[in-house]
Design a protein around this ligand. Sequence first.
Ligand SMILES: Nc1nc2c(ncn2[C@@H]2O[C@H](COP(=O)(O)OP(=O)(O)O)[C@@H](O)[C@H]2O)c(=O)[nH]1
Ligand SMILES: Nc1ncnc2c1ncn2[C@@H]1O[C@H](COP(=O)(O)OP(=O)(O)O)[C@@H](O)[C@H]1O
Length: 373
Amino acid sequence: MGEAPAFIVDDLLGDYPNGLGLKSKGHQTAVDAGHKTYVIGDTDGESALIGVKVLEKSTGEWIIPAVLGTKPQSSKRLSALILNGDRILILKGGSAHDDCFWFLEVDTPFVREQRNKLGTEVVAWSRGVVGDTKMPIVISGPSGVGKGTLIAKLMKEFPSTFGFSVSHTTRAPREKEQNGVHYHFSERSVMEKEISSGKFLEFASVHGNLYGTSVEAVEVVADAGKRCILDIDVQGARSVRASSLEAIFIFICPPSFEELEKRLRARGTETEEQMQKRLRNARAELEQGKAPGLFDHILVNDDLETCYKSLKKLLGLDQVVHSILESAPLLVNLPQDHSVSKIGQKIVIGSKEASENRYVTCLYGCLSFLLSH
Ligand SMILES: Nc1nc2c(ncn2[C@@H]2O[C@H](COP(=O)(O)OP(=O)(O)O)[C@@H](O)[C@H]2O)c(=O)[nH]1
Ligand SMILES: Nc1ncnc2c1ncn2[C@@H]1O[C@H](COP(=O)(O)OP(=O)(O)O)[C@@H](O)[C@H]1O
């Protein structure tokens, strides 16, 4: 294989006029996206985290954007590449495999929505994941339909494959629920503050309480190399659909409304008043769940074992001998001295320290490394 054309984005900084406050080149990198230039790196010389500044090219105005998501620690050597015109892949030289590449969303539907909501420039970080991470699974359905039961069965049968996204909620814990396992139980004022600081991928008010999926909840599962399961309501599913997190959306229906009420009563976790509220909301949720375009699959949970079998089938698990982690990801630490370029659908990371280029296939939010020869 010949030498891939290397493109080190740091080189771009040489093209900038003086007086832009840019520091030593390796600590920063600049990428053009439409009529804006994003300068990423050590932007104030003080923070230990990677900063972002945006240059509006038509006016020459610098903007400090609102930054959502967990910011990466700064690095001595950064390079970057724009993907699909809406997100920037950032590589941190000399970093460990679990910290070496990140995505900065600059114009995805999620960022655009946040920009409209906040009325300011917005960017959003997400950590890249090495390995063949499959798409997260979003499971929705009315209270008492059996979402938790089905998810528990899946996690029990495939413990090394699936990880549960532990949501935050302001509702009180039920008797057997553990903080940090079933939910992160939170005060409303704390959660509201965290919502405005951009901690959540999505959030919604459900049955009178706040519920939200933090960016970290999904990252923890991905970092463990597992496939993430989200148990969220229909509003949450809609937000995830609008975000750049690609997922499979499954809606669980009861065989009848009477059966739903029976299950909810038999579970015995709600007061009569709460139960009535959940049943009222169930009617609307069932209608929204069946609306076209939101859910990829609708399963009726009549007989539990039959429904569980159907769930496994649509997740491609029905034939699987229990060793999902067959192909262990090839873990590499990104060398300090590297270059990055895009050739067709492939992203090529060239390394002067290694004799060969490392070929990387880019899936969204996930890079799987394939060594080339
Ligand atoms: N949007 C959103 N909904 C959530 C989240 N976590 C849980 N939910 C939903 O909130 C609703 C109430 O959940 P919960 O109080 O545990 O009651 P249950 O559905 O009766 O088990 C359910 O529809 C959940 O799917 C979250 O992080 N975001
Ligand atoms: N297919 C089923 N048939 C009968 N009962 C079920 C079935 N699926 C779940 N259940 C029971 O219904 C109740 C509600 O299930 P749960 O998983 O807590 O629902 P959700 O998480 O959707 O609120 C639980 O007591 C559970 O044991």
